[in-house]
Each structure stands twice: as C-alpha cells, then as structure tokens.
Design a protein around this ligand. Structure first.
Ligand code: ADP
Ligand code: MG
Length: 338
C-alpha cells in the first residue's frame, strides 16, 4: 500500500501559516498589505488584547468580486501575478496567495467585502472551514476581522510574547507601512485608544511627523540622489539626533519595507565617526529601482529581499548621507538632546 499521500488543504495551510503568521503583528501586516494592494486611501486597524483577542482591518479599496471571495481563501490563489515573468517584476506587496488561507486556518476570520458594481459578501471561516457565506449590503471596500488567533495551534500561542511586546510589534509594522505609503491615511487603535494616525496627504515629512512627532520631523534633513540604477529620496536625522535602537531605520524598496543589514550599515557609515557608540540615526529612505534587480521571493514574509547590486546601492546611500551631513555646519556646543 502506498504510504505517501497529499496533505489535506487545511493542514497544508496550517503548515504554511507557521512561516507566514508568526504572531499577531504578522496578521496585521498581511491584511494591511492586502488593503494597500487593493488601492485603499484609508486603512484603519483596531486591535484588542494586543491582537490576540481581535484584529480588525477596514479599508476603502476595490473590494473582491462575489465570485472570487471563496477563491481568495484557497492556497496559492492570487489576483496579483499569473506568469513566471510576473514574478520577476512584482509591483504589489502580495503575490504568493498564502495570507488569507493561512490566517483562516489558525483563527476565526470574518471577511466582508464589496466592489462598486456588485452586492457585498460576508464569509466566515474558522480553523480553515467555511461556516457562512452570505450576501449583504456594504460600502465598497473590505473589512477583515480576526479573532481567536492560534486557538487551534497551542504551541504557537505559547510562543507569543507579552501583550506589551506584541502591541509594540503591531505598532512597528504599522509605522513602517505608513511610512512607505504617505498617500494613505492610516490609523491604529488599541482597546479604543488611537496609537498611530497619519493624514495620507502625500508628504513623507508629514507622515514622519505623524509617527515620530512634529518636532523630530522638522529636524530631519532631506536627501535625494539618482544614478543609472537607483533613485533614492528621504529624510535622515542629524548626527546628534539619535536613538538607542536600529528600529528607527526604515528602508523602502519600490514601496516595500524591507530588512537589510547591509543597507542599514551603509546608512550608519554615512555618518562617519559622528555617531556615539550604541546610538543609531533615524532615517526613512525610499529607493526606486527596476524590479528585475530585486528578488522578493526569498522568504514567505517578503521582508528579506535579494538585491543584485546591493554594494553599489550601499555606496550611493553612504555617500549621499555623508555629503548631506557635511553640508550642515555643526556647532558642537549647540547640540541638542531630543
Ligand atoms: P496575495 O496577497 O499574495 O495575493 P492573499 O491570500 O493575501 O494573497 O489574498 C488573496 C487575494 O484576495 C488577493 O490576491 C486579492 O485578490 C484578494 N484580497 C485579499 N484582501 C483584499 C482586500 N483587502 N481588498 C481587495 N482584495 C483583497
Ligand atoms: Mg496578501
């Protein structure tokens, strides 16, 4: 008798969820990225119990057509790419078609969605099973409500840290997503209290003000550079305006927030010997390049990317920041501690 068999879809989704959905902040990231891919101009996130009790993401994007709603919850089902070629020029934040089935396999999910041309649909999944599919009147856009996260994966639930840590992670991901989309109005509320709010009026400095405060935003230096491969622009802090963690370094590639040690190192190198030991600058830098130079398909969460010309980009970043800071005539006695 054959001993090898294909896994049931729900089980396969739970295994995939292990990689994509690590903690409440991963759910927030995936749902907000979907909202952004749908062209939303406003995204509101409400959490209770640091996301373990509930996470709700409300967007005003294009919605999902009624006949597509259940398909969206199937593994590897996506509207964003369709060919191998597309994979080399990904313009959307999502493309793997894994988030919705993964989340639905480890939580209770209600998705309500409407396009501007069809009636709304409400679906309810729990542990990967469809419990309800109903037609309802809704405004265009999508609202996803996730409760009981990890209720059926006790090992994962155990791994989740304190509410303080988990809420911090949620705030961090919202900050990065907001910084990467200055033209989208974001809000994050926890237990009904607003923690983050950006205006979505399009200016990066304005968005930095919404996130790190007006006083800090005013002190940031604008940078800009371009060569044959890269175009970069953003804001960096003066050498005396620092933080004790790298968390305030945000690098965006083609609108996607990424984690890249080498590029962070290049930013820091741009400060030469001006930073105190253990201190890091604040920076938000948006880089545009031909998508062919970026491989996003390295890790399921897509935060690690492989860059073909990483060293060149690092050099450009370093020299741009170095020159910009050299322009500022620093008077050591007038240094301010923020
Ligand atoms: P991916 O984002 O990789 O395509 P997901 O599982 O996250 O995969 O979503 C599956 C599909 O469901 C998306 O390709 C998109 O067509 C649709 N979808 C999900 N969320 C939204 C949303 N908020 N608004 C509109 N469409 C959505
Ligand atoms: Mg997605």
């Amino acid at each position: 008798m054959a001993q090898i068999h294909e896994l049931a879809e729900v089980l396969a989704n739970q295994i995939a969820a292990g990689e994509v959905i690590e903690r409440p902040a991963s759910v927030v990231k995936e749902l907000v990225e979907n909202a952004l891919d749908a062209g939303s101009t406003q995204v509101d996130v409400l959490v209770t119990g640091a996301g373990l009790t509930s996470i709700q993401v409300i967007d005003n994007g294009g919605g999902i057509a009624p006949e597509d709603v259940e398909i969206a919850f199937r593994r590897h089902a996506t509207s964003k790419i369709s060919s191998r070629q597309d994979l080399f020029k990904v313009h959307s934040l999502g493309f793997r078609g894994e988030a919705l089935p993964s989340i639905a396999s480890v939580a209770d999910v209600v998705l309500e969605t409407a396009t501007d041309s069809a009636a709304g649909v409400r679906v309810h999944y729990r542990g990967g099973k469809l419990l309800e599919h109903a037609t309802t009147a809704l405004r265009p856009g999508t609202t996803v409500t996730v409760t009981d996260l990890f209720y059926n994966t006790p090992a994962r639930l155990k791994y989740v840290k304190s509410p303080h840590t988990e809420l911090g992670q949620i705030g961090d991901i919202i900050n990065r997503l907001a910084l990467s989309h200055p033209d989208v109005a974001f809000s994050l509320a926890s237990e009904g209290n607003i923690l983050v709010r950006t205006t979505g009026n399009g200016g990066l400095q304005q968005t930095i003000a919404g996130i790190y405060g007006v006083k800090l935003a005013r002190k940031m230096l604008a940078i800009q550079a371009e060569d044959l491969d890269f175009k970069l622009q953003g804001f960096v802090s003066l050498p005396e305006l620092t933080r004790s963690a790298r968390r305030y370094l945000t690098v965006l590639i083609n609108g996607r927030y990424i984690k890249n040690f080498q590029l962070n190192k290049a930013i820091i190198a741009g400060y030469g010997s001006k930073l105190m030991v253990g201190r890091y600058p604040i920076a938000v830098i948006a880089i545009e390049m031909d998508p062919i130079l970026v491989d996003v398909n390295v890790h399921p969460t897509k935060q690690e990317v492989r860059l073909s010309k990483e060293e060149e980009l690092g050099k450009l970043l370093e020299t741009t920041i170095f020159k910009r800071i050299a322009q500022e005539n620093l008077i050591p006695d007038a240094q301010e501690n923020l």
